[in-house]
Design a protein around this ligand. Structure first.
Ligand SMILES: C[S@@+](CC[C@H](N)C(=O)[O-])C[C@H]1O[C@@H](n2cnc3c(N)ncnc32)[C@H](O)[C@@H]1O
Length: 383
């Protein structure tokens, strides 16, 4: 078994092997291209309400003119910040005087090039199509007249979600890294003993597929959980045939975490891909994860570490709480900041504070795939 010190090199090498078919050096440029289209789409959405034709506007006036739903007000504020940082919106932070002019035609043409640019980069066409749908529906999304779920599952199938979480290059990379970490954890189990896994927010099962593959040589007790009955059914359909799999409802905000689903101190692995940022308090949630892990057990957490404009103009609409409900981060250090994602440093600090020692991460900060800002953290429960 590799030592904990060697785990970082081991998972990064396995992850690199999973994406040798892609010229990853071109990905940062493609990400910038999508972000630019997302920023144009935000500017177009705001201008389409007759704003910025002379005169200045406060955030409240912009919200009123665009009829932004209360629950999405935080997204509007994030847009104003992103557009200002990109040099497309001018003002003093509270009053905005000028916004870059963007016509429907310019936006259509900019978005049109994305599919071709994504070719050869392992960026699924279904994802490009979804982003284009989201960008062209931004005014209706802000008003809550259209739900982003309707755009994500436009064909009634999970194709776009599969593209977002299973098939694209960065997910192939981080899922391969997670699979290698799972192999490492399995090597530490007594022969014949099942590897005991809890997956939180398993969704379309992008990570599940790779982990079950990595653990195929021995028995598993794999508990696939989610808050969504749709994903639990999809999980049963996709993985129910594998001996040792179980399916259960689990909310990352529950305290104690996992009560009635798994016993405290029993998990060799807790897996959470693209879900923990949703916690009202990541600190409380990570403490709950720590309590579920067996001593020496590993948390494999995949999350986005930077808020890219392309996310702000699409998936971020999934994160607005229902009216009157707490939102992501409302009970931790993110409260009042409108931030959803933690930086790499913040994750590492939060893991440590919860009694979990970060052992490895992938990609590293100097890897081209870091441009996508999705990172796997492997952290061990201290004994
Ligand atoms: C962005 S998807 C990621 C799916 C999957 N882990 C992947 O990366 O392929 C987020 C998933 O977390 C689930 N989810 C959202 N809030 C949650 C919560 N509070 N507790 C548990 N799961 C949650 C959603 O239903 C969804 O399946």
């Amino acid at each position: 078994m590799t030592t904990a010190e060697g785990l970082n090199d081991r998972i990064r090498a396995a992850a690199d092997r999973a994406v040798t078919d892609v010229d990853v050096d071109r990905l940062p440029g493609f990400m910038r291209e999508i972000d630019q289209v997302a920023l144009l789409a935000m500017a177009w959405a705001l201008r389409s309400h007759g704003l910025f034709r002379g005169g200045s506007h406060t955030e409240s006036e912009i919200a009123a003119a665009t009829r932004t739903a209360d629950r999405h007000r935080w997204i509007l504020r994030r847009w104003l910040g992103a557009l200002s940082r990109a040099g497309m919106l001018w003002g003093d932070g509270s009053t905005f005087t000028r916004l870059r002019a963007v016509g429907r035609r310019e936006l259509r043409e900019a978005a049109h090039g994305l599919a071709a640019s994504g070719e050869g980069l392992g960026y699924p066409e279904a994802m490009v199509a979804f982003l284009r749908r989201a960008f062209s529906h931004l005014p209706a999304l802000l008003r809550d007249d259209v739900a982003v779920q309707a755009l994500l599952f436009a064909d009634g199938e999970a194709d776009t979600a599969d593209g977002a979480y299973r098939e694209n290059t960065v997910n192939r990379y981080v899922n391969a890294a997670a699979a290698e970490a799972a192999r490492w954890a399995a090597e530490g189990r007594p022969a014949g003993a099942p590897v005991r896994v809890l997956e939180i927010g398993a969704g379309v099962g992008g990570t599940t597929t790779d982990l079950l593959g990595a653990l195929a040589r021995g028995p598993v007790d794999y508990v696939f959980t989610d808050v969504s009955p749709y994903f639990l059914d999809l999980g049963r359909e996709r993985f129910g045939g594998r001996p040792g799999t179980r399916f259960a409802f689990l909310d990352a905000n529950d305290t104690p975490l996992g009560k009635g689903v798994v016993d405290p101190g029993t998990r060799d692995l807790v897996v959470a891909a693209n879900v923990l940022h949703n916690a009202h308090s990541v600190d409380a949630c990570l403490r709950g994860v720590r309590d579920l892990l067996a001593p020496g057990g590993l948390l494999l957490c995949v999350d986005t570490c930077r808020e890219l404009p392309q996310i702000l103009a699409s998936m971020q609409f999934l994160m607005s709480p229902r009216e009157g409900r707490p939102g992501p981060g409302s009970h931790d250090f993110r409260a009042g900041t409108d931030r959803v994602f933690l930086s790499r440093r913040e994750w590492e600090a939060a893991l440590r504070n919860a009694g979990l020692t970060p052992l490895a991460s992938a990609p590293g900060p100097d890897h081209p795939l870091d441009a996508v800002s999705v990172t796997l953290f492997a952290a061990r429960r201290d004994a």
